[in-house]
Write a protein that binds this ligand. Structure first.
Ligand code: GLC
Length: 737
């Protein structure tokens, strides 16, 4: 038996029933609320319970000093001195903000994602945090949902690669190091499929979507030894996921043999009453723990009812012991029993945060997350001199919005704005600025509704006059970061306010307009994309946003990002995604007979405005000579797929070579294509390289409706290219012998 198990067995044997229940309690600190404030929030009572050893962890308790104070209450006053976990939403940074996770996914670079998570862990752990409620790995196809910004996009394979990279970035190779923290794969599961894109709404999906689209990133996180999972607010097919034994025990703890602990989302145990799944809080406590929810965030259900349920024999004590053991194991792995104050070091807090090195990590991630969507006549990159640039838009000078939603402890207005970034690279004498439009008025916060400015053209004349007298315009458009994130669903995913009207006025006097699109979701931007010659999708890029954007605009960095989500032509197309089914009447009319009886809209093309995996470069990347080493494989065999990639210049640059498959006939219908591998490669201008992928059964398999991973004999199309729509193809047969 390992030292860890001996220690935990010994400790468990000493614990009273109340102390065991205490470990399942996660209290919110009084510093910050990230959910509805509980009526009975009472700091004094919480402190008393910590001293009595009746609390397992705290969330939103911040700073080395603050966590040390709370830790002292637990360690020095309670009978067994079991240390607390300190959890916080460190999603894409603690003080140094990296790009939002959706932007990191757009880099298609797991090393970028891992570095961002590692940076977040470095700064959070220096401030007493030893557990983050990240990565959020909810696949979603619905940009109406505000939390699209927080996850890896629409694809399960890219989502799995990002999930593993984020987990390994937060946790490192050794969870006991003081610069690593426990990660938390969330929200388990299917929150990204909330009906109508409305937050907290019902989820009702089939098992094929659950197993093939939703679960793979969570399985990747479990395989990467993520320390914890978080369930969620939504129900899945009639069962609130907090009370889902199918998800938390059958799949996660039994089938995947995962040994960490599951924490509820904010009061989601109590919300099972509101869902109509639990009669009262005691019933909710019983249902949640029985289903495998180990820790209770802020509903107090376990604190109030578990001991009585056990004493009365209505709750199996072994389930309680299993939950306690899982929680103690994470504390042990973090090294908290050896030194409970190891994360509470004010000196490290001073020296490790917002350093130049940290900002450099954020800047590298930001430049690699930018996606070039249009560049007619190579308008970009811009020359740095002998050009007068008119910069337009409130978003261009905004130093807060680039920090994104879920920004932890970032100082307000601490980002480098686009305007600052441009001036830093070209000199202020070459730059003019006019605000042109405002997005919001009054105070902004992550808690309360924004006061959006609807139609205000008061700034138009100044902006138009400036545009008329400049060589070229750089116009920042998009959305406020607080239009995205939790509780920020929108029915209209177009551009708010008067920004589009202003663009029309600008184009009337100057055709050379580069639009910089800042958003946390795939906005419906058809009118803009059709009107301007150059368009960069820059998301919300974090602390170094302006520098990264300027480096791309002036060509110091050749953009290499690819879209992790499809961009719809119109909000009414949602959900539109690349790995759709063929249907019985496919989305490309096979008959061209003018009849209407096929899967289409009468008022819009079926295809997205910009497809998944799409992104241009300042260079031209050419694919040729795609080959398979054999046109058939048998079970247990693998073959090579090779393609020649040439950077035809004029710039050095990176390309994301993507490999897709199509399984033409199967026992469960398969998508018209599925991403199964990719490589991001750097080629100097003029260089050609052969890119090689290995194809085996693993590449060709899928989950059946019972969750079995299977590979069925038949014909497959293997595809490769720089986007999900422009692909070279070869046929492959798979035989079972
Ligand atoms: C929020 C979110 C969850 C977060 C938790 C703690 O409601 O749903 O993602 O980790 O509460 O802040």
């Amino acid at each position: 038996m390992s030292d860890r198990q001996k220690f935990i067995d010994s400790l468990l044997g000493k614990m009273t029933l109340q102390e065991k229940v205490g470990q399942l309690n996660l209290y919110n600190g009084t510093w910050e609320f990230t959910g509805p404030v509980p009526e009975d929030d009472d700091s004094q009572r919480k402190s008393e319970n910590i001293k009595r050893g009746l609390v397992g962890g705290m969330l939103n308790v911040l700073t080395a000093a603050g966590t040390r104070e709370a830790q002292h209450l637990a360690v020095a006053h309670s009978r067994l001195g079991i240390p607390l976990l300190f959890g916080y939403d460190v999603i894409h940074g603690y003080k140094t903000m990296a790009p939002i996770p959706l932007a990191q996914a757009a880099s298609w670079d797991p090393q970028v994602a891992r570095k961002c998570a590692k940076l977040a862990a470095l700064e959070a752990s220096a401030s007493g945090i030893n557990w983050t409620f990240a990565p959020m790995i909810d696949i979603t196809r619905d940009p109406r949902w505000g939390r699209m910004m927080e996850g890896p996009g629409e694809d399960p394979y890219l989502g799995s690669v990002m999930a593993e990279a984020w987990v390994r970035g937060f946790q490192g190779d050794d969870l006991s190091r003081t610069d690593t923290i426990a990660a938390c794969a969330k929200h388990f599961a299917a929150y990204g499929f909330s009906e109508a894109g409305r937050d907290y709404n019902t989820v009702d999906i089939g098992h094929s979507t659950l197993y093939n689209i939703v679960l793979p990133p969570f399985k990747a996180a479990a395989r990467a030894d993520v320390a914890t999972f978080m369930n969620g607010f939504n129900e899945l097919n009639g069962i609130p996921v907090t009370g889902s034994e199918f998800l938390q025990r059958q799949i996660l703890k039994e089938s995947w043999q995962w040994e960490g602990f599951v924490v509820s989302d904010w009061a989601s145990i109590a919300e099972m009453i509101t869902h109509g799944y639990a009669r009262d809080l005691q019933d909710a406590a019983k249902k949640a723990l029985s289903a495998g929810c180990d820790m209770d965030m802020e509903s107090k259900a376990y604190e109030k009812h578990l001991d009585q349920l056990v004493v009365e024999g209505r709750m199996d004590q072994t389930l309680l012991d299993d939950a306690v053991r899982r929680i103690l194991q994470v504390k042990y792995d973090l090294g908290l029993f050896k030194d409970p104050y190891r994360y509470c070091d004010p000196q490290r807090e001073q020296s490790s945060i917002l350093t130049g090195e940290n900002l450099a990590v954020s800047r590298e991630a930001a430049r690699k997350s930018i996606v070039l969507l249009k560049n007619e006549n190579q308008l970009l990159p811009l020359p740095k001199n002998e050009i007068k640039i008119g910069v337009i838009g409130s978003l261009a000078q905004d130093k807060d919005i680039p920090l994104g939603s879920w920004r932890a402890q970032a100082e307000q207005n601490s980002a480098v704005s686009l305007l600052e970034g441009l001036k830093a690279l070209t000199g202020p004498e070459n730059i003019r600025f006019a605000e042109g439009y405002k997005l919001t008025r009054g105070d902004r916060s992550f808690l309360y509704e924004l006061d959006m400015v609807e139609e205000d053209e008061s700034g138009f004349d100044e902006a138009v006059e400036m545009a008329q007298n400049c060589d070229l315009v750089v116009m920042a458009m998009g959305e406020d970061c607080w239009q995205t994130g939790e509780g920020r669903s929108q029915t209209d995913i177009g551009l708010k306010g008067s920004q589009t009207a202003l663009l029309s006025r600008i184009l009337a006097v100057n055709q050379k307009v580069v639009v910089i699109m800042m958003s946390g979701r795939s906005l419906a931007i058809t009118e803009v994309a059709e009107a301007v010659p150059a368009l960069l999708q820059v998301w919300h890029l974090g602390s170094e946003a302006g520098h990264a954007m300027a480096e791309v605009i002036f060509g110091d960095y050749n953009p290499s990002g690819k879209l992790p989500v499809s961009f719809p032509r119109h909000g009414g197309q949602v959900p539109v995604y690349y790995n759709h089914k063929n249907t019985g009447r496919p989305t490309t009319n096979p008959h061209d007979d003018g009849m209407v009886f096929w899967s289409h809209y009468t008022d819009c093309e079926n295809s997205p405005l910009f497809p998944f995996g799409y992104g241009l470069s300042y260079s031209k990347f050419e694919y040729a000579d795609f080959q398979l080493s054999a046109d058939r494989i048998r079970s247990g065999e693998s073959i090579k797929a090779t393609v020649k990639l040439k950077n035809s210049g004029p710039f050095d640059g990176e390309e994301v070579v993507q490999l897709y498959i199509r399984d033409h006939v199967a026992s469960v219908t398969r998508p018209v294509k599925e991403l199964k591998d990719f490589q991001k490669v750097f080629l100097v201008a003029g260089q050609e390289q052969t890119i090689t992928f290995e194809i085996s059964e693993e590449t060709l398999c899928f989950y059946d409706n019972q969750g079995n991973l299977i590979c069925e004999p038949g014909e497959f199309t293997i595809m490769v290219g720089g986007c999900s729509l422009q692909l070279l193809k070869q046929m492959l047969s798979y035989e079972v012998v």
